[in-house]
Design a protein around this ligand. Structure first.
Ligand code: AGP
Length: 608
């Protein structure tokens, strides 16, 4: 999730663009860059690191340029180095492009462009765009952008400037955000409204396929075919803080709602429409995957829960034995390693001390280590043999939400890749699962758009002093995550238990109207879960079930049901965890707590 800023107007663009980038810093910052249209052509400066590095690189000198682009990068393709920072220039150096999103077919495009004589200088997917635009530059920048768009697969928003048309900026979007700010003899592009909110509240929200040309005098919008389209100007009521949260009250709620986009980004280019899984980027070839005799998963907190959830799927689908442990235990229990044991370190920050130590221990013992991480350039990515990135974008809220579901999706890709490589499932079954996984982001979008009973349930139980969470199989692992969410932001004691274990002790905790959350989606263990729910009901507890749409059995047994769309039970945790995130969120909010910065907690635990 990168940040784009474009400016054309009556004022010098440099300070406006830099300030806009600063306002988008919450979107991610491992490198940044700026292009200004000076008299002699394009002046571009790029720097690795957060925006301070770019500010230092551009210096305090004033520039008369009134047209330019800026970009703050959250790397998805290509390491964190200056050549991969945006803006990217074409071969002539007269066109510059900044992009947010993923070009899924960039490898084929790179090969074709190189074969046609283009010199590409980065590892990024974004760079192919400026060279495609260059190939039509003679038709004018807007026409060249329109010509490039149909060649691109994926979801993106990009802006372009040309030294040959120094009074305009062209921008377009497809399933990635791009908005226009309408000022007084000045116009703005941005990935998000905060970038220009201090200059104007008049906004044009663009639709997919819009190609917009901005001049100081205003905006011209067409579709990809060049046919004019009208787009309304609206006035946003937000202040700066609300704008950074995209109008949500908190970063956590914003990030819960960003999960469909985070899933799409994480799956993009790795899961084809035919259901094939491509994880070549990890360097783990099928021969290595076939040779594996065991997998260790090590992680902490929510990342541990992601690993536990998918450990079931890996064993069931790929038939590889999986052991999983919290990193703080793993690192001291003298585990037995061997070269055919893959150790997977799951850490969204890539900086968690216990997970790093566990990974180092494994590597020193000769086991190959895979880091599943959300932040390029983080320590974990530098201390692993293989890396698989989630592409959830920067997560501000201390309570992990979008990074968690992105981890589950990435691990499910690995489970499928393993099953393909080891030939232990019928091809048709793996393709079916691949199709189902591709459909999950849309199902989650639909779920988040539903009216939900969760706020009413939260209001009913906000003063409860204890919650019990019960589930079986992957549902039990989802319960652990749901219980942690409630614990860490509402400070209510919770316990998550394998439902079959309940009669071995925890049932003593229940009394009349105790809230018991049950993850009861349709799965092979559902019938067993029903009897556990009946045991709970018999003690007078209130059952709050997370269940698959239309499951009448659970409806009759529950006081409340939080419904989720149907999907394969291996994939269901991506959906069933979301009502539990929202339940925790609304209870904590009703209790007046700061959900973005809960007491005693830090986003990353870099100490033992
Ligand atoms: C989860 O909401 C917490 N933020 C915490 O448990 C977190 O998952 C854990 O500290 C691991 O962090 P990591 O993924 O960055 O390693």
């Amino acid at each position: 999730m990168c940040g784009i800023v474009g400016y054309v107007g009556r004022r010098p663009g440099k300070p406006i663009i830099l300030d806009g980038l600063r306002r988008l810093e919450y979107r991610g910052y491992d490198s940044a860059g700026l292009t200004l249209l000076e008299a002699g052509g394009l002046e571009t400066v790029r720097a690795v690191g957060n925006l301070d590095a770019l500010f230092a690189a551009v210096g305090d000198g004033a520039s008369p340029a009134t047209v330019g682009l800026g970009h703050t990068r959250w790397a998805t393709h290509g390491s964190v180095r200056v050549e991969n920072a945006h803006p990217h220039a074409d071969c002539t150096g007269r066109i510059s492009v900044v992009l947010n999103g993923i070009i899924e077919n960039y490898k084929e495009l790179r090969a074709a462009l190189t074969a046609r004589g283009h010199r590409l200088t980065s590892e990024t997917d974004a760079e192919v765009v400026v060279h495609l635009v260059e190939e039509h530059a003679g038709e004018g920048l807007a026409a060249a952008v329109r010509a490039a768009i149909p060649r691109l697969e994926g979801h993106f928003a990009f802006c372009a400037v040309s030294a040959d048309e120094p009074d305009l900026v062209v921008g377009t979007r497809r399933e990635a955000p791009l908005v226009v700010g309408v000022g007084e003899d000045e116009m703005f592009f941005a990935s998000a409204i905060p970038a220009f909110l201090s200059h104007t509240r008049e906004v044009i929200v663009l639709e997919d396929g819009d190609v917009v040309t901005l001049r100081a005098s205003g905006a011209e919008c067409t579709d990809v075919a060049g046919v004019s389209v009208e787009r309304a100007v609206s006035v946003v009521p937000w202040d700066q803080d609300a704008a950074e949260k995209a109008g949500y009250d908190t970063f956590m709620l914003k990030e819960i709602n960003e999960q469909p986009a985070a899933l799409r980004d994480t799956l993009a280019g790795r899961l084809s429409e035919a259901g094939d899984v491509d994880l070549a980027e990890t360097g783990m070839g099928d021969e290595m995957l076939r040779r594996l005799r065991r997998i260790f998963i090590v992680a902490c907190g929510t990342s541990y829960h992601a690993g536990l959830i998918v450990s079931y799927a890996i064993e069931q689908l790929a038939r590889v034995p999986v052991q999983i442990d919290v990193a703080s235990e793993f690192r001291y229990r003298e585990p037995v390693f061997d070269p055919d044991t893959l150790v997977i370190g799951i850490t969204q920050s890539g900086e968690t001390a216990d997970t790093l130590a566990a990974m180092r221990l494994a590597r020193a013992a000769g086991s190959p280590v895979l880091a599943l991480c959300n932040i390029m350039g983080s320590q974990a990515t530098r201390e692993a043999d293989h890396v698989l990135f989630t592409r959830a974008g920067l997560e501000i809220g201390v309570a992990a939400t979008k990074t968690h579901t992105a981890q589950v999706a990435a691990l499910l890709l690995l489970a499928l890749r393993l099953a393909w490589a080891r030939g232990v499932q019928p091809e048709a079954e793996l393709r079916r699962l691949g199709h189902e996984l591709r459909a999950v982001p849309e199902k989650l979008e639909e779920l988040l758009a539903r009216p939900s009973a969760v706020e009413e349930i939260a209001a009913r139980y906000r003063d409860e002093r204890f919650f019990l969470y019960l589930g079986r199989g992957m549902g039990f692992a989802v319960c652990l995550e749901g219980a942690l969410k409630l614990k860490e932001i509402s400070y209510i004691p919770t316990e998550a238990y394998a439902a079959g274990e309940m009669k071995h002790g925890p049932i003593a905790l229940l009394d009349k109207e105790s809230p018991v959350v049950v993850v009861a989606d349709d799965s092979p263990v559902f019938p067993k879960l029903v009897s556990n729910v009946e045991e709970v009901r018999a003690r007078g507890a209130d059952v709050i079930a997370v269940a698959t749409d239309g499951n009448e059995t659970i409806r009759e047994l529950s006081r409340d049901v939080l419904w989720v769309p149907r999907t394969d039970h291996h994939l269901a945790p991506i959906l069933t965890v979301v009502p539990l995130q929202l339940l925790a969120y609304h209870i904590a909010t009703l209790k007046g707590y700061n959900v973005d910065q809960p007491r005693n907690l830090a986003k990353t635990v870099t100490v033992e």
